[in-house]
Design a protein. Sequence first.
Length: 95
Amino acid sequence: MKITKEQVEYVAHLARLEFSEEEKGKFTTQLNNILLYMEKLGEVDTTGVEPETHAIAIQNAFREDVVRESLPHELSLANAPSESGNCYRVPKVIE
């Protein structure tokens, strides 16, 4: 066993947690299982494997920044409730 019940009690005390005897035994077993699994992972040969920061490949979701023609003023103002020249006209909100 990697972790003893006393170590679980000590960590619980530091974290200001209180557990029953049954819970302490359960956490001791669970933590030991986790550490044993980590030992198994340490045995795997990772020579030549690049470190990963995410479990899946992350790709940029943005499109390329390409210069294109913008909408003509008439089309961009077609649904405006009110317009003034080439701009939207909105109600005054600051007095």
